[in-house]
Design a protein around this ligand. Structure first.
Ligand SMILES: CC(C)(COP(=O)(O)OP(=O)(O)OC[C@H]1O[C@@H](n2cnc3c(N)ncnc32)[C@H](O)[C@@H]1OP(=O)(O)O)[C@@H](O)C(=O)NCCC(=O)NCCS
Length: 185
């Protein structure tokens, strides 16, 4: 296993590597009864979709020995199946004062290749993604699948605030700027 892992913006050459990790998790969980709705999207990502995200949105990778081993991106282009609901949830919570007004990215995706989990790569890629996204977004809004207990635990440790069950999963929000304290604790 590589000793040094580079965290950087993704390039076009990383799209296939990002896709491979994403596909692994989709296939790994798609038939498991206990993990239904874990990570299965109605409209799956493709290499072509990821290429556009890498080129025109913000995407970060961790690279070990030339291989993508973790990624985090914002997707403003493609509806994974519940984009309208995601946006409506955020708008409703802003309107009732639960969330601060601001520019929200409502569709993100991240994962780490299994052998590289627990080494801080999700945290580090999120850190860089927040840095490079500040000019465009004030907040990231993530939806976690109900049975994705790993993400429930890790997201809290990484600074996401949890806002409970919003009908399509569990809502978590984080500010792109760590100096922004407008989110409720
Ligand atoms: C969730 C996932 C992205 C975490 O990636 P990772 O690279 O292993 O995470 P990190 O090592 O950066 O961990 C970040 C923090 O979460 C904690 N953490 C990670 N996995 C955890 C788990 N299963 N239980 C409790 N805490 C966990 C780490 O200890 C770390 O906290 P610390 O800094 O206080 O030590 C990874 O498990 C994954 O790819 N899962 C499958 C795909 C997926 O669910 N993607 C998210 C869809 S919303």
């Amino acid at each position: 296993m590589a000793h040094t892992i580079e965290i950087r913006r993704a390039t076009a050459a990383d799209a296939q590597g990002i896709y491979n990790i994403y596909r692994y998790w989709e296939e790994h969980y798609v038939d498991a009864e206990k993990t239904k709705r874990f990570f299965t999207l109605k409209n799956p990502y493709t290499v072509a979709k990821i290429e556009r995200i890498v080129a025109e949105s913000e995407a970060v990778v961790a690279v070990a020995d030339g291989q993508v081993v973790s990624f985090y991106f914002t997707n403003p282009f493609f509806d994974p199946g519940d984009l309208a609901e995601r946006k409506a949830v955020v708008e409703r919570l802003i309107a009732n004062g639960t969330l601060p007004a601001g520019r929200y990215a409502t569709c993100l995706l991240s994962s780490t290749a299994e052998p590289y989990q627990g080494r801080g790569l999700n945290a580090k890629t999120l850190h860089l993604l927040r840095e490079i996204s500040k000019a465009k977004y004030d907040y990231f809004a993530g939806i976690m699948a109900y049975h994705n207990h790993n993400t429930h635990a890790s997201s809290l440790k990484m600074g996401w605030k949890h806002y409970g069950d919003v009908g399509i999963g569990l809502l978590a929000i984080i500010a792109t700027d760590s100096a922004n304290t407008a989110l409720h604790p």
